[in-house]
Design a protein around this ligand. Structure first.
Ligand code: PRP
Ligand code: GUN
Length: 185
């Protein structure tokens, strides 16, 4: 779906499909360089990371095994509750493995700080994070992020996997959601 189909639901397109594609290819080259011996297990965080995972995994020139977790701290709100719940756990045993968490966005950092620590505590050899978007001015905790697509302003964004109340995930670009869509929630 293109932004033009969404009428006045969006205010600004922050990153187009093409910009996302080009940046993801750059990140893939960095990741290939950083794992010369053994490819990491890619761990996608449902549901937002589906698009990043699909594009990154296909861009990488090595065997990319994928696994998925679902954690939630937002529910149907635009604010993090700060409480992270595992809704679906990994299928793989990650003991002794290099793990690369693949995410769509880091906002407060609460989800990823918690997840990184959780995966490290399972005995992974290493745990790194790759995120398409990050809001540096919204961070409430320090999160060490190895690969960042774009830093963005503190606005609620949708598209490229990011939703509001489960809508807009299939928008090709990343755009700022007009406040009238969520005001009152
Ligand atoms: O840095 P934080 O403030 O913790 O926010 C980041 C988290 O929020 C989003 O997930 P969400 O809970 O919206 O679930 P979803 O991926 O299913 O949309 C995103 O995918 C991250 O997991
Ligand atoms: N859709 C969406 N989900 C988020 N989760 C954390 N920040 C955001 C955001 O800006 N947009």
């Amino acid at each position: 779906m293109d932004a033009k189909h969404l009428g006045d639901d969006l205010t600004v397109v922050l990153h187009t499909e093409e910009e996302l594609r080009v940046r993801l290819a750059e990140l893939a080259r960095e990741i290939e360089r950083d794992y010369p011996a053994e490819p990491p297990l890619l761990v996608g965080v449902l549901k937002g990371a589906v698009m990043v995972m699909a594009d990154l995994a296909r861009e990488l020139n090595f065997h990319a095994q994928m696994d998925w977790m679902a954690v939630s701290s937002y529910g149907a709100s635009t604010k993090s509750s700060g409480v992270v719940k595992i809704l679906k756990d990994l299928d793989a045993d990650i003991t002794g493995r290099d793990v690369l968490i693949v995410e769509d966005i880091i906002d407060s950092g609460l989800t990823l700080a918690w997840l990184k620590e959780n995966l490290e505590s399972r005995g992974a050899k290493s745990v790194r994070i790759c995120t398409m978007l990050r809001k540096p001015e919204a961070l409430k905790v320090d999160v060490d992020v190895a690969y960042v697509g774009f830093d963005i302003p503190v606005e609620f964004v949708v598209g490229y996997g990011l939703d509001y109340a489960e809508n807009y995930r299939n928008l090709r670009d990343v755009a700022i959601l007009a406040p009238h869509v969520y005001s009152g929630s």
